[in-house]
Design a protein around this ligand. Structure first.
Ligand SMILES: Cc1ncc(C[n+]2csc(CCOP(=O)(O)OP(=O)(O)O)c2C)c(N)n1
Ligand SMILES: [Mg+2]
Length: 366
């Protein structure tokens, strides 16, 4: 029998086909809201806080990247750069005691939910002063006191926990809701679908949010999943929404509306927020799956630059005042690096503390 060579019918990589420099967008961004901050009920002071927070998330990670490259710490480092409007707009829209849980791209979420730059940087350095006592690292930031239940490394693995938080809140009738964030790469995981089913059945007050940043590692969303992501909700009779995640006002407006409805009606909601990650999947990503032109195209919609322009155009702050915020943040991050470097590593005796297994059975000699 002739040995027929078959042509591959698909290429499981990103959106760049390698033949031309054409910009092939991996995710289409819907239009942002045209409402002003006053129309959205945000004060001038809120705007300043939002800018401060987004800038902190950006500078924290840019510096973290430098520290990683200098070999100050190892392991994984997934940067959230480009997606800061999602975390910031959401936290301003939710109540402070609503529960938030996310995947491993979690630094921005931790910072906006009360982890200081010092505790965050120390965690990256694996130091005992870190937010997870230096034993969680980049993927496991958490601040349970401020209802941030952390970052999780297994794609889709934390989604049932997000549903569980909503179950607990409903059971305790405490008026809180939960918001569970995950990537476009998690939308076909069974755990999501099992959780959506139970959530709709039990009317759990949880917002399930896909941060569609265009890629799951090196594979464009358009190449790893069929149809429109937000339409997954239809199969469960669940309400859904899809909106722009590069504009903090749009995230705030929609998340506030949805959070109010989820709280009042005690129902789950499925949301797709379209955004873009500027950096590689993690630090070891040559990014062969996209062109520089594609990246540049999205960077034109940068959430931080957009906010800065708005603040200056609306004369909320003068240029000098914006620069002062930026300098303050820069100092905060540099101090955090110093703090991380000077902090001690956890003691070897602490190895089994805060673990599910109280005693290290597998080291028992008996
Ligand atoms: C169950 C499971 N399978 C595979 C992996 C390896 N993995 C780590 S990140 C990732 C891509 C996830 O992409 P996405 O959900 O879009 O999140 P993003 O990195 O874009 O934030 C994969 C496949 C994993 N961590 N867990
Ligand atoms: Mg993704």
């Amino acid at each position: 029998m002739a040995n027929k060579k078959t042509e591959p019918v698909f290429t499981p990589i990103g959106s760049y086909n390698g033949e031309n420099k054409k910009v092939e967008k991996s995710v289409n961004l819907p239009d942002p809201t045209d409402k002003t901050h006053k129309e959205l009920g945000l004060s001038d002071d809120d705007l300043v806080k939002m800018y401060d927070q987004m800038y902190l998330q950006r500078r924290f990670e840019e510096r973290a990247m430098q520290m990683y490259q200098k070999g100050k710490f190892g392991g994984f480092l997934h940067l959230y750069i480009g997606q800061e409007a999602v975390s910031t707009g959401t936290v301003f829209a939710l109540n402070d005691d609503d529960d938030i849980i996310t995947a491993y791209r979690d630094h921005g979420w931790g910072l906006v939910r009360g982890i200081s730059a010092k505790e965050g940087m120390a965690e990256l350095f694996g130091k005992a002063t870190g937010c997870s006592k230096g034993k969680g690292g980049s993927m496991h930031f958490a601040n349970v006191k401020e209802h941030f239940w952390g970052g999780y490394g297994i794609v889709g693995g934390h989604i049932p926990i997000g549903g569980g938080l909503a179950f607990a809140n409903k059971y305790q009738e405490n008026g809180r809701i939960s918001a569970c964030f995950f990537g476009d790469g998690a939308v076909d995981q069974g755990a999501l679908h099992e959780t959506l089913n139970m959530s709709q059945l039990w009317k759990l007050p949880c917002i399930y949010v896909v941060e569609n940043n265009g890629y799951s590692m090196g594979t464009a969303a358009t190449r790893h999943t069929v149809g429109e992501i937000y339409e997954r909700a239809n199969g469960y009779g669940m309400k859904s929404a899809m909106f722009n995640g590069m504009d903090v006002f749009t995230v705030y407006e929609n998340m506030k509306r949805i959070a109010d409805e989820v709280r009042e009606e005690s129902i789950p909601y499925f949301v797709e927020i379209r955004t873009y990650r500027y950096r590689g999947h993690s630090m070891s990503d040559p990014q062969k799956y996209r062109t520089k032109e594609e990246l540049k195209e999205y960077q034109k919609t940068d959430p931080i630059e957009r906010m800065k322009k708005y603040i200056l155009d609306e004369k909320v702050l003068k240029k000098k005042e914006v620069e002062e915020i930026e300098q303050k943040v820069e100092d905060e991050v540099l101090e955090a690096i110093e703090f991380a470097e000077e902090s001690p590593f956890p003691e070897p005796e602490e190895l089994y503390e805060d673990m599910f297994t109280g005693t290290p059975h597998f080291h028992d000699k008996k």
